[in-house]
Design a protein around this ligand. Structure first.
Ligand code: C2E
Ligand code: MG
Ligand code: MG
Ligand code: MG
Length: 292
């Protein structure tokens, strides 16, 4: 009787392993065609001033909608894309799409603050990363000042020697640089003073414990003060409640990103909810239109 249970247990275990394996294999295969088949889109999550609520920036987040598999979250497919190397092409696609979107908005005379783009650790293994980013941005006639490069703390720490020169190169081209998921890993703080950073993003794990755990609150306050002491702007990620927002506001956190404000939105949604037109440019355009 016991053997039967064990056997059944074993089989179940075995099946779940193989279905995980098959799912991964499936995603691996499908990922190779996803760009060519137009299955990716970008959504944009607003980052607002904690004081005024005005949008100060947005983060581009990739979405994969597969015709038969349905939506697959980046949390699931980005690690696979990193493993197989498809992240290189995906990374270029994302940046180009961001530049094209920026152009569409600017030429419709919307005022657009910066757009942040996530880079994977794996992309930093390409020694020409900075120049390939630069090329994409210049070919689309975008201004690097409008682009924030987000790099996670864990990936930047992984190989400081190769990441540091690339960040300096990006900085010299005019890009802004943000450290993502700060505090999630446990790394030596020392690298912070070496890196040419503009923005520090506090990981959502801190924010989620902010109002329940005094130690998280003390650490969050310390991170915000440290960042200001180094002239960095701070964004809190994963803000889901008014209590968290209030708490971050009293701590002088500069910007807020999270479901309490809005999730990642389609370009159209973001446009109607957050973007305003530059009246001067609009006027010039309409008087030009009147002349012609
Ligand atoms: P991330 O860069 O830290 O992005 C923030 C993630 O937190 C997003 O998940 C966002 O939807 C989610 N989020 C935002 N507000 C809240 C909130 O209030 N509560 C909670 N629980 N979550 C919130 P998403 O879009 O699923 O992306 C997951 C991760 O996948 C990203 O984490 C990033 O590391 C990676 N990723 C997404 N898009 C790209 C991309 O274009 N390229 C690369 N290399 N990685 C990407
Ligand atoms: Mg990010
Ligand atoms: Mg993050
Ligand atoms: Mg991340």
């Amino acid at each position: 009787y016991q053997a039967k249970i064990q056997n059944g247990g074993y089989q179940f275990f075995n099946e779940s392993i193989s279905s995980t394996f098959l799912r991964k294999l499936d995603l691996e295969n499908e990922l190779r065609w996803a760009i060519a088949k137009n299955q990716f889109t970008l959504h944009y999550q607003p980052q607002v001033s904690s004081e005024t609520g005005h949008m100060k920036g947005m983060e581009a987040l990739i979405r994969w909608n597969h015709p038969t598999l349905g939506p697959v979250s980046p949390g699931e497919f980005i690690p696979i894309a990193e493993e197989t190397g498809t992240i290189m092409d995906i990374g270029k696609w994302v940046l180009k799409e961001v530049c094209l979107q920026l152009n569409r908005w600017l030429s419709a005379s919307f005022i657009v603050p910066s757009i942040a783009v996530n880079l994977s650790a794996r992309q930093f293994l390409a020694p020409d990363l900075a120049s390939s980013i630069h090329d994409i941005v210049y070919q689309t006639c975008c201004d690097p000042q409008h682009i924030v490069i987000e790099i996670t703390e864990s990936s930047s720490m992984h190989d400081i020697e190769s990441v540091l020169p690339i960040l300096h190169e990006l900085k010299s081209f005019g890009f802004q640089i943000a450290i993502d998921d700060f505090g999630k890993g446990y790394s030596a703080l020392g690298y912070i003073k070496q890196f040419p950073i503009d923005i520090l993003k506090i990981d959502k794990s801190f924010v989620q414990e902010l109002t329940s755990d005094t130690k998280s609150a003390v650490l969050t306050k310390a991170i915000i003060d440290m960042s200001h002491g180094m002239d960095l702007r701070v964004i809190a990620e994963g803000v889901e409640t008014l209590e968290q927002l209030d708490c971050l506001r009293t701590m002088n956190c500069d910007m807020i990103q999270g479901y309490f404000i809005d999730p990642a939105l389609s370009a159209e949604q973001l446009e109607t909810l957050y973007l305003t037109k530059d009246e001067q440019i609009s006027c010039q355009q309409s008087s030009l239109a009147a002349l012609s």
